[in-house]
Design a protein around this ligand. Structure first.
Ligand SMILES: Nc1ncnc2c1ncn2[C@@H]1O[C@H](COP(=O)(O)OP(=O)(O)OP(=O)(O)O)[C@@H](O)[C@H]1O
Ligand code: SF4
Ligand SMILES: [Mg+2]
Length: 309
């Protein structure tokens, strides 16, 4: 049974059009994801594909002006708002994408202490241990966020996210701002957590980083999940991948010849008819324009493409 399962998540934002007239603008159409105990699942997709909104749905921290539909399950049971409020920051924790989540008016050590559960004993010494694990000196505890470099702030945020020993960690772009060594450390730390039975959802633009630690890769495109694939399928010329977009991401890596994909991801208010990837797809047929393909199981993974075999 998956630890977390997201099924057919759609998100719309309320907008005021003329005066007090309201309308809902759909920005996420159909996201799917699951993660099992001890598994690292990486979500990859370009900017605006819906990665952070899915993370915020899982944590129940979407803004008030949006509507969510679809189903979320935690350990097989529906994840209600009440249940989430008990789990958030404890069993389920977020490494937010922005370092602005740190309170600018509070010393960093004190901030991380607020994430340490009572049962762990002396909060100050727990923070010291966490900081030393991430190469932050004790003097950092006394600093304010503006005194930290981007990399230091990110390390402090990761420390806060894992302070409660979460069963499920959702890490939204945890590596920008870190130097090469810092990225390696963070990735190996997440891998270590998963080896201890924790589940990790890692959100990233960086397919190469994802491939280093993930067990499975979930590819988002224009607010939809287009493929879920085991990491081993990212090999050769991408012949085992199911969706043309995943193949294109793989073939755009430097080691695979840097073959760029022409065009860009459509904006949520300019989605094409049928398959959202259609305008960039060399395999497109007339049938592809009829409706958005369903995500279907295929060879140990899933795909949203009517022609995938
Ligand atoms: N508060 C909001 N109001 C209206 N639209 C929003 C809001 N937040 C996000 N969106 C839209 O939802 C879509 C998905 O946004 P999201 O932040 O999840 O993307 P992302 O994949 O995390 O991108 P990035 O890689 O840049 O972080 C985008 O089209 C974005 O413009
Ligand atoms: S459904 Fe058609 S347009 Fe969409 S990815 Fe598959 S072949 Fe391409
Ligand atoms: Mg994001």
């Amino acid at each position: 049974m998956p630890v977390l399962q997201a099924k057919d998540i759609s998100i719309s934002f309320c907008q005021y059009t003329k005066g007090l007239e309201q309308s809902y603008q759909k920005v996420i159409t159909s996201l799917h994801l699951d993660v099992h105990a001890g598994e690292v699942v990486a979500i990859v997709g370009s900017s605006g594909s819906g990665k952070s909104l899915l993370a915020h749905s899982i944590l129940g921290i979407l803004p008030d002006n949006c509507q969510l539909s679809g189903e979320l399950y935690y350990k097989g049971a529906p994840l209600s708002e009440v249940e989430l409020s008990k789990l958030r920051g404890k069993e389920i924790s977020l490494v937010p994408q922005s370092i602005n989540y740190l309170d600018p008016l509070m010393k960093v050590g004190k901030q991380v202490e607020t994430s340490v559960p009572k049962e762990k004993g002396n909060k100050k010494s727990v923070v010291r241990q966490l900081f030393s694990k991430f190469g932050l000196a004790p003097k950092v505890e006394e600093m304010y966020p503006f005194q930290l470099s981007g990399g230091m702030a990110r390390r402090a945020i990761v420390s806060a996210a894992i302070a409660g020993n979460p069963k499920l960690l959702v890490a939204d772009e945890p590596t920008p701002g870190l130097d090469e060594e810092g990225v390696k450390e963070a990735l190996s730390f997440f891998k270590k957590l998963s080896n201890q039975g924790h589940s990790i959802i890692m959100i990233t633009h960086d397919l190469e980083a994802a491939l280093q630690i993930a067990d499975r890769i979930v590819v988002f495109y224009a607010g939809t999940t287009v493929e879920m694939a085991p990491v081993r399928d990212f090999a050769g010329a991408g012949e085992n991948l199911r969706h043309p977009y995943s193949k294109a991401l793989w073939n755009a890596l430097p080691q695979n010849g840097f073959q760029p994909l022409a065009g860009s991801q459509p904006l949520h208010d300019q989605l094409p008819k049928g398959c959202f990837f259609g305008p960039r797809c060399s395999l497109k047929t007339e049938m592809c324009e009829q409706h958005l393909p369903e995500l279907r199981g295929l060879r140990d993974g899933s795909v949203r493409c009517i022609h995938a075999t």
